[in-house]
Ligand binder design. Structure first.
Ligand SMILES: [Zn+2]
Length: 331
């Protein structure tokens, strides 16, 4: 037969470093990276997030310095999250054309037009209760996010971001119909070229803990399990992705990324659309913490895990390691 040991020795493909390099099927590139950025009101703000070492809340001026540095290192895209000074019941600062995200969009596009600007479209950073939309009383007396009223707020937010120069809007509220509502709001306002990167497959996850410190968006009561997906129900992922594509999503996302590789692979197998994976805050901070303790090598772990998301089928990786990866990949 010739297909068994000792005729076959798989190690022959691994003896030589040059051959290993030639046979690598997955190559992480700086071109695949999207760097999240938290921007708030004020000036000169550079507040390190305690649970996310190396990540900062920035004001527009310090954010611009950061984006210039990232651009210099070849990070091609940013994903912007805003933190307002004033929150209210509906999150109206989200669609204020003069809020920090919108001002930063305008400055980036004016100064660094080659940097791709993606904006997160959600309301949890902007509502006083920390939920992703306007609340309503359910039949059982519990408070919950009103899906259809929230769609209108998401549409207004996306249009405000597009008006400020965002290239891509990324709705993350997990409201049913949000992609369709945003597509029609953008088109009616004359922004048909603005693309939608849908957080199509977004699970309610413990891995978001550090992000809530970063974005000051922790819910004041309850959790997000009536809108974000249940991690025990993977078959809903395909239905969510299909619904978003049918509504006009140009690109899809799976979030979290590193702990949901099975779903990255499943979505990529099922659909042709470009796919992003979000290497989320908890996945980032776990590597940082283990590295600080000397339990993991930070660089090797970060490259391996982001490469695993690419191997699973993600075309793009949203990661807090973007700047470090750009440095490491250049070496
Ligand atoms: Zn949200």
């Amino acid at each position: 037969m010739g297909s068994e040991f000792p005729t076959t020795r798989m190690r022959r493909l691994r003896y030589n470093a040059t051959l290993r390099e030639m046979l690598a099927e997955v190559r992480l590139s700086r071109h695949d990276l999207i760097a999240p950025l938290f921007v708030r009101e004020g000036a000169g703000v550079q507040h390190e997030i305690a649970t996310m070492p190396g990540q900062f809340q920035l004001s527009v001026d310090t954010a611009m310095e950061t984006v210039r540095r990232w651009d210099g290192k070849g990070v091609p895209a940013v994903l912007l999250f805003g933190i307002p000074d004033a929150k209210d019941a509906v999150g109206s600062e989200a669609w204020n054309d003069d809020a920090a995200v919108q001002r930063l969009c305008r400055q980036i596009k004016a100064e660094l037009p080659n940097v791709l600007v993606i904006t997160d479209v959600c309301l949890c950073e902007y509502t006083e209760h920390g939920h992703c939309g306007t609340l309503t009383d359910r039949l059982d007396g519990c408070k919950d996010v009103d899906n259809d009223i929230t769609l209108e707020s998401l549409g207004k937010t996306a249009v405000s971001h597009a008006r400020s120069g965002a290239d891509i809007v990324a709705p993350s509220a997990m409201m049913d119909g949000q992609v369709g509502a945003i597509r029609s709001a953008l088109d009616s306002a004359g922004f048909s070229p603005v693309a939608i990167l849908s957080y199509a497959v977004k699970f309610a996850s413990s891995m978001y803990g550090p992000f809530r410190d970063a974005a000051e968006s922790a819910p004041t009561f309850g959790d997000r399990r009536t809108y974000q997906m249940d991690y025990r129900s993977p078959s809903q992922a395909i239905a969510e992705a299909r619904a978003d594509l049918d509504e006009g999503a140009d690109m899809l996302m799976v979030k979290p990324g590193a702990t949901y590789l099975d779903l990255i692979a499943a979505v990529k197998r099922s659909f042709d659309a470009p796919l992003a994976a979000y290497h989320v805050s908890g996945e980032y901070s776990a590597i940082k913490a283990a590295a600080r303790l000397g339990w993991l090598d930070e660089r090797s772990a970060a490259i391996e895990i982001t490469s695993a998301m690419r191997r699973a089928g993600a075309d793009l990786v949203i990661t807090y390691f973007a700047e470090q990866l750009a440095d490491w990949l250049r070496e």
